[in-house]
Design a protein around this ligand. Structure first.
Ligand code: PEP
Length: 254
């Protein structure tokens, strides 16, 4: 059975004190619901990961994640963070290929394939982002575009490696805009992605792949989105910055 996940992408937000307060609040609020099987991942700024870890001591349902890593293990890449570094501080998830990184830092599918490789080699679970622009959707090339992102970024992996991948479908037009995909639009794309995975890896691997939805998901729309048969949870940006709202989103993933 595939894992249900709700991941928060904090992006470049929060000072250290604010980050400690938010992690502590989320941890306390989630402790109350010990029976739930949802994995929560908090992708905070990498700078804070080591400091935040002790605040989640004993919390089996909340993991910390990074928002990116470099495709090389080490070297002269000023300002970058590597997968071995994340492993060395006990981090288990890393977001790769977020549309903001593709847009502002020029990340390509080929580069992301390398990032996926090094993340997996260091025991990290990649949360691999994909998603189309509004223009691509209006031109009806969105399905092919997103399928190609998966093919080029992930389909070089063996089935055993692929089993460690989490996918996040995030239509670019829905990220940070308040324009959420309808639950039908999300379900349509998630189903198509699952079929695409099945065509390469077989039905069992596809069935076990966690596919998250991201793009203006919040406490009001999360339950309907998560109720779709191929939506296994969410990657949450803005709504992950407030403990009560984020916790409500987590609890909506039943
Ligand atoms: C994101 O950036 O991953 C995201 C989903 O952002 P938001 O929820 O703010 O649209």
């Amino acid at each position: 059975m595939r894992k249900k996940i709700v991941a928060g992408n904090w992006k470049m937000n929060k000072t250290l004190d604010e980050a400690v307060a938010l992690v502590s609040e989320v941890s306390n609020m989630i402790k109350d619901e010990v029976t739930s099987d949802v994995q929560v991942v908090l992708c905070t700024p990498s700078l804070y990961l080591t400091t935040l870890k002790p605040y989640l001591e004993g919390q089996t349902r909340i993991a910390l994640g990074a928002q990116n890593c470099h495709e090389k293990a080490s070297g002269a890449y000023t300002g970058e963070i590597s997968a071995p570094m994340l492993k060395s501080i006990g981090i288990s998830y890393v977001i790769l290929g977020h549309s903001e990184r593709r847009q502002y830092f020029g990340e390509t599918n080929a580069q992301l394939a390398e990032k996926v490789n090094i993340a997996l080699a260091n025991g990290l679970t990649p949360i691999f982002c994909c998603g189309e622009s509004l223009e691509q959707r209006q031109n009806e090339i969105h399905l092919d575009f997103v399928r190609t992102q998966l093919t080029e970024g992930l389909f070089h992996l063996s089935p055993e490696q692929f089993a460690n991948i989490v996918i996040a479908y995030e239509p670019i037009w829905a990220i940070g805009t308040g324009l959420t995909a309808t639950s039908d639009q999300a379900q349509e794309m998630h189903e198509i992605l699952r079929k695409h995975i099945a065509s390469h890896y077989g039905a069992e691997v596809a069935d076990n792949t966690t596919i998250l939805y991201g793009g203006s998901a919040n406490e009001k729309n999360a339950a309907e989105l998560f109720a779709q048969p191929d939506v296994d949870g969410g990657l949450i940006g803005g709504a992950s910055l407030k403990s009560r709202e984020f916790t409500t989103v987590v609890k909506a993933n039943k």
